[in-house]
Design a protein around this ligand. Structure first.
Ligand code: AVJ
Length: 321
């Protein structure tokens, strides 16, 4: 987008991303107020997310990782010689290594992530450990890919989308994403998708509101980012982290609650908050396995196999175009 030069604190020149500014102002002048969870992942947000993945309460990462270790040979058996693996929202690429270790026939790894810092560090580490693999990273919003990277074109395609990141999307957007991924990956492609399974609120809520306060810091980092990048005046003490289970929608919601009536300035614009008013910052949908399969089928995929872990349940689905 258009970048406006601004003078930052300490006289250092900064840029203001017009897309981020427009999205933030639109979200905070709407009712109810919301911000897109994709903006969590600046360098600090990506670092905090990695910290979340090892929290005792946050079961998804370790559960899916153990499941992937167990099923890696079955996944590898579905990957043809010379294939390219395209990963959506790759982050630190930790789970990728499980597949790469089991599938040496993979020729190309093309990770996509919105965080340039996380992507570059991960790509370098993968290059160092898998010298025969062609690594072709692409920075950007994986919901709007421009096309397959040149290194992946003409090769059998394997999509990889672990972590239940798909759970950030409401059903219609998840189906649109799955359909777009099918177009991108092409005929005959395999798509390996991780999806968290609905379970007791007593397990879900602590996973998004941990005792150490890491998830609270991750949520509030969005305000820190707005203060830094959009000349925001958020007082971090005047907002509280909240995680709630919405049973009707089958999703965890994260909010930032205004603790008092207040006016915050962002990019010169005053934004009023009432005491108790919230900014809805994330949805994390939790699925019934059949409902997830139905969603994939609506997007044109065939569900080849599904693997569901022992409790706490987490699902990995092998979809075929
Ligand atoms: C990266 C979207 C899968 O929804 O569990 C973790 C993000 N938010 N704790 C999730 C997240 C708060 C995570 N995803």
């Amino acid at each position: 987008g258009v970048r406006l030069a601004r003078d930052g604190a300490g006289g250092r020149e900064r840029t203001m991303d017009a897309g981020f500014r427009d999205d933030v102002l639109a979200g905070l002048t709407a009712s109810p107020k919301s911000l897109s969870s994709k903006y969590f992942y600046d360098a600090e947000g990506s670092r905090l997310f990695e910290e979340i993945t090892v929290l005792p309460e946050y079961y998804p990462t370790r559960t899916e990782t153990a499941l992937l270790r167990r099923i890696a040979p079955e996944i590898a058996a579905r990957i043809p010689e010379g294939a390219a693996m395209i990963e959506f929202g790759s982050g630190a690429s930790t789970k990728t290594r499980i597949v790469l270790d089991s599938a040496p026939q993979l020729a190309v790894y093309a990770p996509m992530d919105i965080s340039a810092s996380a992507l570059e560090a991960a790509a370098e580490a993968i290059r160092a450990d898998y010298p025969k693999l062609t690594v072709a990273p692409a920075v950007g919003d994986f919901t709007h890919p421009l096309g397959l990277p040149a290194a992946a074109r003409g090769r059998p395609a394997v999509g990889f989308f672990p972590g239940s990141t798909i759970g950030n999307f409401p059903t219609d957007e998840a189906i649109a994403f799955l359909a777009a991924a099918r177009e991108l990956l092409g005929p005959g492609a395999l798509f390996v998708v991780g999806a968290d399974i609905a379970k007791s609120e007593d397990v879900l809520v602590p996973a998004y509101d941990d005792a150490a306060g890491v998830t609270a810091a991750f949520n509030k980092n969005l305000l820190v980012r707005i203060n830094r990048e959009l000349d925001g005046t958020f007082d971090l003490e005047a907002f509280a982290h909240r995680a709630v289970w919405n049973a009707v929608e089958s999703r965890i919601e994260m909010h930032l609650v205004s603790l008092r009536d207040q006016v915050v300035k962002i990019a010169g614009e005053p934004i009023a908050f009432a005491a108790g008013e919230t900014i809805h910052t994330e949805n994390s949908y939790k699925y019934d396995p059949d409902a997830f399969a139905a969603m994939a089928e609506k997007a044109g995929w065939r569900v080849e196999t599904r693997w569901i872990s022992e409790t706490p349940a987490f699902g990995v689905f092998a979809l075929r175009s």
